[in-house]
Design a protein around this ligand. Structure first.
Ligand SMILES: *Cc1c(COP(=O)(O)O)cnc(C)c1O
Ligand code: SF4
Length: 338
C-alpha cells in the first residue's frame, strides 16, 4: 500500500497544501462518504456552529464505513452534547499563560514552548482551541524576532519546542528561515516540533522538511499526536520511517478520550502500533476541561487505573506518562500512578 503513495518530491509540488485546501468541512458530506445516514444526526450536526468541522481526506479514509462509533470519527464529528454547559468546563482552561515574549512560554529552565499561531489541519472536537480557532493568524516575523532576542539573552535554554496550533502549518521555507535563526543562537542544542499535521496528512513530511531538519546543527525531535491505533495507516508509517531515516527522533502524545481510547485494549494497541511505526509513546494527557468537550472526559481515578492496568501488560518504555494541565499553571503536572 505505502509503495503506491507518490512521494512529494516526485510530484514537484506541495501535495500537502492541496490536501489542506481540500479538507471536509461539511459533516453531511463526511457522513455520506462513510455510508452513514446524515438524517439520523441532525441534532449532532448543529454543533458545527460551535466549532467548524475540518477533516482532511487522508484521515477520513481511515474511518470505518457505516460505523458511527468509530474512534476516529468521534474525534472530528460534532455532537449535540457540545451544547452542554457544566460547572468546571470553561472556554479558556489554560488562560493564565504567562508569555515572556510573543508566543513564548518559559516554565522549565532548559526549554521554552514557542507557540506559532497557524491554525490546524484538523479540528479535534475535544481541543481547547475550539473557542479560539485563530485559524488564519499569520505568523509574524517581527514578533518572532523579539522572541529570538529573548532566547539570545537566556543561555540556560537549550531546547525550543515549536507548538501551536500546528507549527507544521508553516511552509518549509518559513521553517528553514526559523531554523537558521535558531541555529545562530549558540546555546541551543535541540529543536522539537509538536504536531498532528503529518498524522492527518502524511504528505506533510516533504523531502525538503526532512532535509532542513536533518542538516541542522540542532538535534530534531518530532512529537506526534495520535490517539488511536487506527490512525496509523501505510502512508503514516512510511512518513514515520522517512523521519527516522533522516535521523529525527519520534515521540507521541495522546489525549485520553472517552469512547476513543479509554480501554485497556485500545491503549495497548496504540502503544504497540506506535512502536511498530518507530514512534515512542511519551505523554497521555487528561482532557483539558473545556466547554463543549465534557462528553470526552474521564475521571483521574479511572485514568490512573487504566495506566496501572497497561503497565502490567506492556514494557515500561511503551507506557506513556499520564499528565494533566492545571488551570492557572502553564505546564503539565505528572500524575503518580503508583
Ligand atoms: C509541555 C511543556 C513543555 C515541554 O515539557 P516536556 O516535559 O519537556 O515535554 C515545555 N514548556 C511548557 C510551558 C509546556 O507546557
Ligand atoms: S491543537 Fe491539536 S488537538 Fe487541537 S485541534 Fe489542533 S491538532 Fe487538534
Amino acid at each position: 500500500m505505502s509503495d503506491m503513495i507518490p512521494r512529494n518530491s516526485l510530484l514537484g509540488q506541495q501535495s500537502w497544501q492541496k490536501e489542506l485546501a481540500d479538507v471536509i468541512t461539511d459533516p453531511v458530506e463526511l457522513l455520506k462518504m462513510l455510508a452513514i445516514n446524515p438524517e439520523d444526526y441532525f441534532d449532532d450536526i448543529k454543533a458545527r456552529q460551535l466549532f467548524p468541522v475540518r477533516v482532511p481526506r487522508p484521515f477520513a479514509d481511515r474511518i470505518e464505513k457505516g460505523n458511527p462509533r468509530d474512534p476516529l470519527l468521534l474525534q472530528v464529528m460534532p455532537k449535540a452534547q457540545e451544547f452542554l454547559k457544566s460547572p468546571g468546563y470553561v472556554t479558556d482552561p489554560l488562560q493564565e499563560q504567562q508569555t515572556v515574549a510573543p508566543g513564548m512560554l518559559h516554565k522549565y529552565e532548559s526549554r521554552v514552548l514557542f507557540i506559532l499561531k497557524g491554525g490546524c489541519a484538523v479540528n479535534c472536537r475535544y481541543c481547547f482551541r475550539r473557542h479560539f480557532p485563530y485559524a488564519e493568524t499569520k505568523i509574524n516575523k517581527r514578533d518572532i524576532q523579539v522572541s529570538l532576542e529573548y532566547l539570545e539573552q537566556h543561555p540556560e535554554i537549550n531546547e525550543v519546542i515549536l507548538s501551536g496550533g500546528d507549527p507544521l502549518m508553516a511552509n518549509d521555507d518559513f521553517l528553514q528561515w526559523m531554523l537558521e535563526k535558531l541555529e545562530a543562537i549558540p546555546h541551543l542544542t535541540r529543536i522539537r516540533i509538536h504536531t498532528r499535521l503529518p498524522v492527518v496528512i502524511p504528505a506533510r513530511i516533504t523531502q525538503k522538511l526532512l532535509t532542513v531538519l536533518s542538516s541542522s546543527r540542532l538535534q530534531a525531535l518530532i512529537v506526534l499526536h495520535i490517539n488511536h491505533a487506527n490512525e496509523i495507516d501505510g502512508a503514516l508509517k512510511q512518513a514515520c520511517k522517512d523521519i527516522r531515516e533522516a535521523g529525527i527522533h519520534l515521540l507521541n502524545q495522546s489525549v485520553l478520550l472517552k469512547d476513543v481510547n479509554d480501554k485497556q485494549e485500545a491503549l495497548i494497541n496504540l502503544s504497540e502500533a506506535l512502536f511498530e511505526a518507530g514512534v515512542m509513546p511519551y505523554y497521555l494527557h487528561l482532557l483539558d476541561k473545556v466547554e463543549g468537550a465534557e462528553h470526552f472526559d474521564i475521571s483521574e481515578r479511572e485514568a490512573v487505573e487504566l495506566v496501572q492496568s497497561i503497565t502490567k501488560k506492556l514494557p515500561g518504555f511503551l507506557v506513556p506518562r499520564l499528565a494533566r494541565e492545571e488551570p492557572g499553571k502553564p505546564s503539565k503536572t505528572l500524575i503518580n500512578i503508583n
